[in-house]
Design a protein around this ligand. Structure first.
Ligand SMILES: [Zn+2]
Length: 280
């Protein structure tokens, strides 16, 4: 599931200053000099309000020059200020999970939290960019929010509460063929619950990861059988699995799965002493 990311090492305000400085000899110098102060202010506002579309307005006056901004992102010259920054953010993030959905693997695209077509002036703003998997990016597309929920998506740099577990899995009997129900964590506030609910719904997270839970559960039954056969304490070992993952990231699917297992006393009784199905 989601993970909190540290802020980019690249300064978003400095990026504006450097890009404008690099354009002083080109045909767009007058345009960029004319908007420089307001562009910087808007990037500052983004930082202040955590990229929230409720507080970070679009900039209608620059829409006629939208492509001038988009070209900074889509076709940066190799010696441009932004090219190495974008390359670094796209390739050298060191992530092994998609920060939006938790899918294992190196996320290989950069998402614009506020879409670049609507907010072209944030198309190279590091605070507006983070790695994402292809499936999430396709589903997110240019969505932002709607009247009922102005913000659909968690922001990995600013939604600091995602450092805590945000989803809770319930594994329901019968335990040889259980059902799985994914919900928001009861520790969230009302607004946090609404935001996480939108994020999960819009990225189809429950549908995409049901198969993961099913496969993980089959492995859990095998683990229980092997632990019993080798006279190990099933409860202690499974609790250890959960606790070994927690310091790394509480919202990875492994942790959500083992938390659900360990928290379910009936299931733990079943795994330790119940009639396990034959190996599949
Ligand atoms: Zn994803």
């Amino acid at each position: 599931m989601v993970m909190r990311l540290p802020r980019p090492v690249f300064c978003s305000l400095q990026m504006v200053t450097d890009v404008i400085a690099q354009r002083q000899r080109g045909g767009n110098a007058a345009f960029f000099n004319g908007i420089a102060a307001e562009w910087r202010q808007r990037v500052q506002d983004y930082d202040t309000h955590g990229g929230s579309p409720q507080h970070v307005a679009a900039w209608p006056a620059i829409q006629p020059r939208r492509n001038t901004f988009l070209n900074l992102y889509l076709s940066p010259a190799t010696d441009s200020v932004q090219a190495p920054v974008l390359q670094d953010m796209r390739r050298r993030h060191g992530l092994n999970y998609c920060p939006a959905c938790g899918e294992p693997g190196k996320p290989n695209t950069l998402d614009h939290y506020l879409p670049k077509t609507i907010y072209p002036h944030f198309c190279i703003t590091p605070l507006n960019l983070f790695p994402m998997c292809d499936a999430c990016q396709e589903l997110k597309d240019t969505k932002i929010g709607d009247a009922a929920n102005p913000r659909f998506f968690l922001h990995p740099y600013f939604d600091v509460f995602v450092a805590n577990q945000v989803l809770e899995l319930v594994i329901a009997a019968p335990y040889d063929t259980p059902t799985f129900r994914l919900g928001t964590h009861p520790g969230l506030t009302g607004p946090q619950t609404a935001l996480v609910t939108c994020h999960v719904r819009e990225l189809h997270i429950e549908q995409r990861f049901t198969g993961y839970f099913t496969g993980q559960y089959v492995r859990l039954l095998r683990q229980a059988r092997l632990l019993r056969d080798s006279n190990q304490d099933v409860r202690a070992v499974l609790t250890g699995f959960r606790d070994a993952i927690a310091p790394v990231e509480v919202n990875v699917w492994d942790h959500i799965f083992y938390s659900a297992t360990v928290a379910n006393a009936d299931l733990m009784d079943y795994l330790a002493d119940g009639p396990l199905p034959a190996f599949r």
